[in-house]
Design a protein around this ligand. Structure first.
Ligand code: SF4
Length: 454
């Protein structure tokens, strides 16, 4: 354990570590700053707090920046893609190390057993946990440490402070946006809600928290308006899991932000996109809605607990596209239940969406995220995985596939992988052939009109 200094002089580094080199093909474009860290930064303003975004840096660069800052506390937001780099960083930098993010929350016992440089892990809301940790208060809620697991205390998110956008240099991000999306593009991300109403979560979904909490709609709207005016934004991207989960809340947002000027983009569940909502999205100048279809086959949707149907998907997509709003459609291929017939249905469904005018698609392979039913399925088949805190993405995929009924593929994981890859290519090509753009884990970014992130 590293030395603890006086809380009055605390220097706190909030870090998004660089991606593990082997995952470079799925590196984020990095056109926006890390929203989670800015939210934590907002509750640490009485400390010397800085944000270190490693998306465009390597381990050596970020190590040297952190050594220069010499933090008392290093809070790292880790995930499946950057965890190994984060652990190398934890060994090299000064300061007590605390981890946050869903990945760390689910794997806290394994991390604390395997990584001596990590002193604690946050779960659920990290705000109180990191404040307590910085002050040396190991009884703070939502903290897991070697002495135990502290009680849960969910934040009243209604009146959370505005994320600390001022702790990053927004101009650096705007410059990247101009390089990727063109000279007239200026976008910031916001979040109006926490959590998702779909219960239990989808089988692949690695969110730690359950249920949904709303920020005060007046405060949220004021925050968006302030930043649109201050920075001259052309685009507002709300990162809530589904912006439309509460109709009353959305109605207030609609009345406050309608006519503001910039275009909007958000995530939405298809079953929340009825005629009235789509018309309100049009009023608000929505450019695009991101829909996680995940599969174009109803048996797969049932098995993953999506609680939506392909019929609902087609209906809502017709409405949104018909209103002149783009749909950014996302699929996960290779989930449990995938077989020859479901793969054929996936292709057919993408053709139906293309007929409706879908122009943007991502076809991803499944990521086995800690805490999910998929992860537990792998652990049941491979008990040694249970004690691990670090995983190869492909290795976990193949372990998962090996638990499937692969009789349609000669019982071979290799054949299954080959078949899902070729099906994903066909799905992607269907959209590309109609002048759209596509990407996904395992692909080159083939055509990014409008940008893969936006
Ligand atoms: S709908 Fe989206 S956010 Fe909600 S549980 Fe499913 S994947 Fe997660």
């Amino acid at each position: 354990m590293k030395t603890q200094k006086s809380p009055q002089k605390s220097r706190v580094a909030l870090v998004y570590p660089p991606i593990n080199p082997e995952n470079d093909s799925i590196r984020d474009l990095g056109t926006t700053p890390p929203l989670h860290l800015m939210a934590l930064g907002a509750v640490l303003r009485d400390r010397d707090v800085r944000i270190f975004d490693g998306v465009h840096k390597n381990l050596g660069q970020i190590t040297s920046e952190l050594q220069d800052f010499s933090p008392d506390v290093v809070g790292m937001n880790v995930d499946l893609t950057n965890y190994d780099t984060a652990m190398k960083l934890a060994d090299r930098v000064p300061g007590r190390v605390i981890l946050g993010g869903n990945y760390a929350a689910f794997l806290a016992p394994q991390i604390l057993a395997n990584q001596p440089a990590v002193e604690a892990v946050c779960f659920n809301d990290g705000e109180m946990a990191i404040r307590g940790f910085v002050d040396g208060d190991m009884t703070a809620p939502n903290l897991i440490h070697r002495g135990g697991r502290n009680p849960v205390d969910l934040l009243d998110v209604a009146h959370l402070p505005t994320p600390a956008y001022d702790l990053v240099n927004m101009e650096d991000y705007f410059e990247r946006q101009r390089e990727v999306f063109g000279p007239d593009f200026k976008m910031m991300q916001f979040y109006g809600q926490k959590g998702c109403v779909n219960h239990p979560h989808c089988s692949f979904c690695g969110r730690y928290e359950d249920g949904m909490r709303l920020r005060d709609p007046e405060e949220y709207s004021a925050e968006v308006i302030k930043h649109v005016k201050e920075f001259g934004l052309t685009e507002v991207w709300d990162r809530s899991d589904s912006f439309l989960q509460n109709r009353n809340w959305f109605s207030i947002i609609h009345s406050r932000l309608r006519g503001l000027g910039p275009r909007f983009k958000t995530y939405a569940r298809a079953d929340q996109l009825d005629d009235e909502v789509v018309s309100m999205l049009g009023d608000m100048n929505f450019r695009s809605v991101y829909i996680g279809y995940e599969a174009g086959d109803d048996s797969l949707l049932r098995e993953m607990n999506k609680n939506e149907t392909t019929e609902q998907y087609l209906e809502s997509s017709r409405k949104v596209l018909g209103a002149g709003i783009d749909v950014d459609g996302s699929f996960i291929i290779g989930l449990p239940g995938e077989n020859k017939k479901t793969l054929e249905n996936q292709v057919q469904f993408v053709n139906q969406l293309a007929d409706l005018g879908l122009k943007k698609i991502k076809v991803n392979r499944v990521l086995v995220l800690p805490g999910t039913p998929l992860y537990r399925r792998v652990c049941d088949a491979y008990p040694a995985v249970r004690s691990k805190d670090s995983f190869g993405i492909s290795d976990m995929q193949r372990k998962l596939y090996s638990t499937y009924d692969l009789s349609d593929f000669g019982g071979s994981v290799d054949n299954f992988v080959e078949r899902i890859n070729s099906t994903a290519e066909v799905m992607t090509q269907t959209i590309l052939d109609r002048g759209g753009c596509a990407e996904g884990y395992g692909y080159e970014k083939k055509s990014i009109s409008g940008g893969s992130e936006v």
